[in-house]
Design a protein around this ligand. Structure first.
Ligand SMILES: [Zn+2]
Length: 402
């Protein structure tokens, strides 16, 4: 052990006293070393070829050429080693194996964003509780959850009392409230639905995530209802009622929202949320997303979304630098919900959640929600996932499928 490594190991031991002293000569110094990859950790502005060593489920050292043995090694040469991905808008808790499928894609923390409302929230909570990684749910303000005829087309479904009772009974698992506001979901009720969502939120001091895009009401009417810490998903939704006007200016109410701490999220999805020309204009206006998210469903695994690294790759194609792309899927996402505190980072002592990604060069087709195709020269693929210091089984034949 050289001096720098010793200092790192010592710092880790002080910060986490449960790590036993490494006295026995026969003991492995580390449980796992992810070796020789390009480590990108935007939380520390770190970008270099390095090893990541793990002990007792936590990051023990991030250094070039870490000496000493480990029980297991992942050869990450030629790969990217980044904090475990955090996906704040999924519908993974709709299906029993949803969280595990996302985990294989590198997602070590996720939110089910409003699949269910008060009537059936116990369904998503049961799946979230059994997830291998941290999984929390947002409760849909529409008490019946996502409905084909519109969650809150009948305003009586936006039931403040029912939502409050459900949250009070499941405070640990419900991280916020989801309000879907599009015209085919809420119709002309959008403003009242959001007002009621905030009425519920105020009792618990939790965020509201709004699903914007194609609302009946203009954003200039809706956005003043958003408070600091609330999240706007589907930020690149095309008109009517985009965040950008016809002349390429971000709406003043949107800029004011960001200034007071409203967060802006991609929410890739499959219908009505992402169109390349809008994304380009918004990025060109300098209005960058805080977070990426997939709006994952089992059906989206084969269309448009595919996996979180694929969604991230779309923004490499649109010209965002790699460190910002990684930040949107890690440290920025961790800031949205207290449950992800200390996640989304590879700092010493943090829980050892890691996504090893492969950046391939070639010709890759990306599709927006309107069948518009774009070709990119790079695409990130899931390669290996480490959760709490342990390597998890990969997505079967992920590489072979492409
Ligand atoms: Zn969604």
């Amino acid at each position: 052990m050289n001096r720098r490594q010793f200092v790192h190991a010592a710092a880790g031991a002080v910060a986490f006293a449960r790590i036993p002293k490494l006295t026995a000569a026969t003991a492995k110094r580390f449980d796992l070393i992810v070796k020789g990859g390009r480590v990108i950790d935007p939380s520390r502005k770190f970008d270099a070829i390095a090893d990541v060593a793990i002990a007792q489920g936590r990051i023990a050292a991030v250094e070039a050429n870490i000496a000493g043995d480990a029980a297991e090694t992942i050869d990450a040469k030629g790969k990217l080693v980044v904090p475990g991905l955090i996906d704040i808008h999924t519908h993974a808790a709709r299906v029993k194996d949803g969280p595990a499928m996302c985990l294989a894609d590198g997602v070590t923390g996720l939110i089910d964003a409003g699949s269910q409302g008060a009537d059936h929230i116990s369904d998503t909570i049961a799946i979230a509780k059994s997830a291998p990684q941290i999984c929390r749910v947002l409760i849909n303000i529409g008490r019946a959850g996502i409905l084909a005829e519109g969650d809150t087309m009948d305003i009586n479904r936006a039931d403040v009392g029912a939502a409050r009772a459900a949250i009070a009974a499941n405070r640990e698992m419900i991280a916020g409230i989801k309000a879907r506001l599009s015209r085919d979901v809420a119709g002309p009720n959008d403003y009242e639905v959001l007002r009621r969502a905030q009425e519920v939120a105020s009792a618990f001091k939790i965020p509201v995530m709004i699903h914007m895009g194609q609302t009946v009401s203009p954003l200039s009417k809706l956005f003043p209802l958003l408070k600091s810490g609330d999240i706007v998903t589907h930020m690149f939704a095309p008109p009517p009622n985009s965040i950008i006007d016809d002349s390429g200016h971000i709406l003043p109410e949107v800029l004011a929202g960001r200034r007071r701490g409203v967060r802006f999220d991609l929410g890739n999805g499959r219908t009505g949320h992402l169109r390349w020309d809008i994304a380009e204009q918004v990025l060109k206006a300098g209005f960058l997303p805080d977070t990426f998210s997939t709006d994952w469903t089992p059906e989206a695994r084969t269309a448009q979304v595919i996996d979180f690294p694929n969604v991230m790759s779309k923004f490499l194609m649109l010209g965002m630098p790699m460190d910002q792309v990684i930040a949107c899927a890690t440290v920025n996402a961790a800031r949205d919900f207290p449950v992800f505190r200390n996640h989304g980072t590879l700092k010493i002592g943090a829980p050892a959640d890691i996504a090893v990604l492969e950046l391939r060069e070639g010709s890759f087709e990306f599709v927006d929600n309107y069948e518009n195709k774009r070709m990119g020269r790079e695409r990130l693929f899931p390669y290996a996932t480490v959760l709490g210091g342990k390597r998890v089984a990969g997505r079967p034949s992920a590489a072979a499928a492409f």
